[in-house]
Ligand binder design. Sequence first.
Ligand code: ATP
Ligand code: FE
Length: 351
Amino acid sequence: PLILGLESSCDDSAAALLRGRDVLASVVKGQGALHAAYGGVVPEIAARAHAERLDLCVEEALAEAGVALQDVDAIAVTAGPGLIGGVLSGVMLAKGLAAGLGKPLVGVNHLAGHALTPRLTDGLAFPYLMLLVSGGHCQFLTVRGPQDFSRLGGTIDDAPGEAFDKTARLLGLPQPGGPSVEAEALKGDETRFRFPRPLLDRPGCDLSFSGLKTALLRQRDQIVAPQGGLTRQDRADLCAGFQAAVRDVLAEKARRAISLYMDEQPASPALAVAGGVAANRALRGALETLCAETGLRFTAPPLALCTDNAAMIAYAGGELFAAGVTHGEPIVARPRWPLDRQAAPMIGSGK
Ligand code: ATP
Ligand code: FE
């Protein structure tokens, strides 16, 4: 079946067309420029921009795929979690299209979209271990089915992407912080500054990243105060030290998550990473090494499918349709929607 996916939960408007694992088109329109002056995403501006751009995303996706709207067999839309105005823009468009075409509609959890991406890109079999690591999230999940996720642990405060972005801001590097910190870190010495490895002394796979930001601020100010400014080398060494700390705690907690996951004796054990921070080469390298040591397959999607996109929503929707899940109205748009509570009806029955 030909599935149209729509995504509008944060600051990317996106539409995609998929047939099975074939991505016929994936269009993403970012809103960075609209929000740049405010230092963060403004929900009202995002909602209006989605309402204005989603139509265009759909048109472009249809043209790119060379299909007509009438050819679409089913529609999948992000129903949460995210900024509610944006989610509603997508849900309203999806409802209108589904009603107009007389085609089924399904609401998809955005995080499930990220977490199912390795099935789209690499055809991973259930159950696999997922490290979902992005601008707003950080969690280890055992993925057993399109609606079956168990959370093994996660951050108790900031997400790593957020920490990369703050680090860049504190060091005067451009946003988004991840790529700029990674580039600086390549030129730096990760051993010069001491960064903590938070929560490693505690059992389990919970993580914490807020202390790294404090450590960075303290070390920056200890150098800046006496010296009157950071040299390029200072900046590179700070980035290298920070990135190494993030890499080390994620890899060590991944080792613990792997042993919990292996207790289930999966037939084809695999660890997959997804979300924007999955683009980080130091992290990918550390996880790859860990998987080689522990005998797991390792996968990481191409960058365009790590960050927000609608191909992952269409794909997740396709898995739900295949499992017989479709939804009538009303779709409930949800600002919060934890993945491990997927089993509850994904979309309200209105009763
Ligand atoms: P969520 O999916 O949790 O709602 P989001 O959609 O904002 O959050 P993503 O688009 O998945 O997050 O990822 C964006 C984040 O990824 C940013 O914080 C960015 O700094 C980070 N990032 C991107 N590339 C890299 C990199 N090479 N190294 C580290 N972090 C990176
Ligand atoms: Fe996302």
